[in-house]
Design a protein around this ligand. Structure first.
Ligand code: COA
Length: 301
């Protein structure tokens, strides 16, 4: 309006052809030949990323060898166990449910607590919080911490929350469990997780560590990914999996954009005994504990 510009004559360089301040300056420059000061936007536009700023895929440790011949080998060890369990899992009608969880507060809290745990000799990841929130949820929804017999005639509600953790090791996928999470503090869970991880990495977990799980959580997000479709570990009836925590713009209650730390959770439940509403209510509760970690203090035993 100041310069009597007809906007219909200006070519917009913004999103969907939107006209930006610099488009007006460029237009004026062309019309009048006047050299206008660079727009503030031009000043703050970051330079294109240099190759070193980009995420470079980590090369596989062993160079691939092309022999030109097919290779057949027996399925053994952990892989053989996986064939058996996953074939049994196939008989379960899986119900899937996903949601996104805002971990902004939890990310801050862990940053505060990490050095304290470290000073006590323990690595504090997000898993102990995830596990404790699962256990607090299971107290309200015990049907998710249950098992059914072979023909699904009886359901047994488990007294202990022995929460299994899918663990990626050099020997393959293993699922040790943290026993009695319902009576553990977050620090206790972290301590136990550290022990399981240490033993798991050298293939020294005991049968006790690897059996008796009642619910499983898989944090595939420490490797990558956003959504998963986790498979129930029989005789359990429910499981959950987490994607990577990512900084993503979201709106706060005032409608302002902020940098949120978002994780996606994918639950699977045995639809013969668990309905969608139960899974949803459990997930909402779990989510509320993680989005407002202080809530956990109220319910911790
Ligand atoms: N998103 C982003 N960062 C994550 C993350 C996530 N979902 N989960 C963990 N991290 C971070 C941790 O906070 C930690 O960061 P820090 O060094 O700042 O503390 C780092 O990644 C390494 O964590 P990790 O040692 O993997 O510990 P953990 O307690 O988070 O996870 C296991 C432990 C055992 C679950 C994990 O090591 C693992 O094996 N995950 C793979 C599970 C799998 O294979 N599932 C598929 C089953 S089919």
């Amino acid at each position: 309006m100041e310069n009597n510009i007809k906007l219909s004559e200006v070519v917009g360089s913004g999103k969907d052809g939107r006209i930006l301040k610099e488009d007006i300056f460029n237009y004026l420059e062309k019309q009048t030949g006047a050299i206008l000061p660079p727009s503030p936007k031009a000043e703050i536009t970051p330079p294109p990323p240099k190759p070193k700023d980009m995420t470079i895929p980590i090369p596989v440790s062993k160079p691939p060898v092309f022999t030109g011949k097919d290779k057949t080998e027996p399925i053994k060890g952990f892989q053989k166990a996986m064939v058996k369990t996953m074939s049994a899992a196939l008989k379960i009608p899986h119900f899937g449910y996903c949601d996104e969880v805002d971990l902004t507060e939890l990310v801050k809290l862990r940053e505060e607590l990490k050095p304290i745990a470290f000073a006590r000799g323990i690595k504090l990841s997000f898993m102990p919080f995830f596990l404790k929130a699962v256990s607090l949820g299971l107290l309200q929804f015990p049907i998710l911490n249950a098992s059914v017999d072979e023909n699904c005639q009886n359901i047994t509600y488990k007294a202990s929350h022995n929460i299994g953790i899918a663990m990626d090791t050099e020997q393959g996928l293993i699922v040790p469990n943290v026993k009695n999470v319902q009576i553990c503090s977050i620090f206790d869970i972290a301590t136990e997780l550290n022990r399981l991880q240490k033993l798991g990495s050298v293939g020294q977990l005991s049968t006790t560590d690897l059996t008796g799980g009642t619910f499983t959580l898989s944090n595939i997000g420490s490797i990558g990914g956003t959504y998963t479709k986790p498979v129930i570990l029989p005789p359990e009836v429910a499981t959950g999996a987490l994607g990577s925590i990512k900084a993503i713009p979201r709106f706060n209650q005032k409608g302002e954009v902020y940098k949120a730390q978002i994780v996606n959770v994918s639950w699977s439940a045995d639809h013969r005994v668990i309905d969608g509403a139960t899974m949803s209510r459990f997930s909402n509760l779990w989510k509320s504990y993680l989005e407002n970690p202080a809530f956990m203090l109220l319910d911790l035993k």
